[in-house]
Design a protein around this ligand. Structure first.
Ligand code: FAD
Length: 413
């Protein structure tokens, strides 16, 4: 049996591609090696933060990271290993951290980030999905005078409606658990947050009810090509044929490697700690401890801390030292309270060296579409990318005819 569209990988990107193609009347099948309960798309911070947060490859990132390392507060760890791809990645990352690229990336983030927020809002309204979504802004909290002053200066050139500088008292209202060491904060009003687990489970349930086919617990390990097209993909037990194939396998590149497509991205391991805490100390909105790279997101029944960026590791275990390091950095700037019902988690960001995702058609096998490399902003961009992928497939567009691919895909930057 030949299917219409097969999506391999049911993280947020795969589900959003499925959602948009299904809405366009296409028959979609999703295959995942797991059971859609715990990929990277579940344990992340849930920030929809395309605005005013900058990107990872910013001018000065190397010296800032060195300073954080000296202070023992660096989120970054690089595991030394002889991997030429990692060295190339690091080299490209350093080269990308310049003013010109930074400005361009920030503009693209805003354009596709705004699209995404509208799409999530529409999904909730039209399809009655509940993502625990709030567009109440993101609070950036500063623990260093120098970075706070720098950010305040940057704000001078921004539209005043997009941010609010908070006094110490106002900061306390937003972040009651913050202590006196916090230097100040800025509320960036355009950002939103949600509960990523709800997004994943509600979307999956909706798609299932709508008749999208899910084939779970089957890892795709091979691709067969014929006449400049992908003919089929296979797991250990089954072979599947289709008109179109979408690769949305997150940080895993096995299938792109079989195709000999070099995707310039690397797994960047991160951690989250989810817990309950006294209600009166919960933050009022998502909060970024800017100098620590720690995010604290309130959810209906709990709060989540996320941090760390480890390169060169694909070990799926939660490393206790990393969890302890997040807690101790966080506790330096907060009042003492008891974290209850703690759940520790780790996952991998599919990180490109210039923060730009990798999507679009394969140049040679035209029925193969990539939706990869969303890095640290996969939740923030998945619906926009899903919408673009729908357009490419339903309108039979080549990359050169898609403005979105040419503008925003790392294949062309
Ligand atoms: C600590 C942390 C915090 C983060 N915070 C945020 C945030 O606040 N906001 C934000 O926007 N983003 C955030 N991110 C990034 C975001 O989580 C990711 O960009 C996003 O989840 C990636 O989604 P994905 O669908 O590409 O990959 P995944 O969620 O990893 O899904 C890929 C799926 O493909 C499947 N798969 C892989 N290979 C195969 C195969 N061969 N056969 C079958 N199935 C396969 C896997 O089982 C998996 O289910 C964070 C990430 C981390 C680690």
């Amino acid at each position: 049996m030949k299917r219409d569209t097969i999506i391999i990988g049911a993280g947020v990107v795969g589900l959003m591609c499925a959602y948009h193609l299904h809405k366009a009347g296409r028959k979609v099948t999703i295959i995942d090696e797991g059971d859609i309960t715990d990929c990277t798309s579940f344990g992340n911070a849930g920030l929809l933060s395309a605005f005013d947060k900058g990107c990872l490859a910013y001018p000065g990132v190397i010296s800032t990271t060195m300073k954080q390392m000296l202070k023992g507060e660096s989120p970054v760890n690089i595991h030394p290993k002889l991997d030429p791809k990692l060295f190339t990645w690091l080299f490209k990352f350093a080269a990308s951290a310049n003013e010109k690229r930074f400005k361009r990336t920030v503009m693209l983030f805003e354009k596709y980030g705004e699209d995404t927020l509208k799409l999530y809002e529409k999904m909730q309204k039209e399809d009655n999905l509940d993502f625990d979504y709030h567009r109440k802004g993101m609070l950036s909290v500063f623990t260093e005078d120098a970075t706070y002053e720098k950010k305040l200066k940057e704000c001078e050139s921004k539209d005043k409606k997009t941010y609010k500088i908070l006094s110490k008292e106002e900061t306390k209202e937003y972040l009651p658990c913050g202590n006196e060491k916090i230097k100040g904060s800025i509320l960036f009003t355009r950002n939103a947050h949600f509960d990523p687990k709800r997004v994943m489970l509600e979307t999956k349930e909706f798609l299932e009810k709508e008749g999208v086919e899910f084939i779970l617990n089957e890892k795709i390990i091979d691709i067969k090509f014929s006449n400049k097209k992908v003919k089929s993909v296979s797991s250990l037990t089954n072979t599947y044929e289709a008109e179109n194939f979408i690769l949305s396998t997150g940080y895993q590149t096995l299938l792109a490697d079989i195709r000999k497509k070099s995707l310039m991205m690397t797994p960047a391991k991160g951690y989250s700690i989810t817990f309950s805490m006294p209600n009166e100390l919960k933050p009022k909105t998502s909060t970024l401890f800017s100098d620590l790279f720690i995010v604290m997101t309130p959810r209906r029944d709990s709060v989540r801390l996320t941090s760390k960026l480890e390169l060169g590791s694909t070990d799926t275990k939660v490393v206790k030292e990393q969890i302890d390091s997040i807690k101790s950095n966080f506790e330096k700037y907060t009042l003492p309270f008891e974290m209850k019902d703690i759940k520790e988690w780790t996952g991998f960001r599919p990180l490109t060296p210039n923060d730009i995702p990798l999507f679009g058609r394969d140049e040679e096998y035209k029925n193969l579409v990539y939706a990869m490399g969303m890095g640290w902003l996969g939740m923030t961009f998945a619906p926009s990318i899903g919408k673009i992928v729908r357009k490419i497939i339903t309108k039979d567009l080549e990359n050169k005819n898609s403005d979105d691919v040419l503008l925003f895909s790392g294949f062309y930057q």
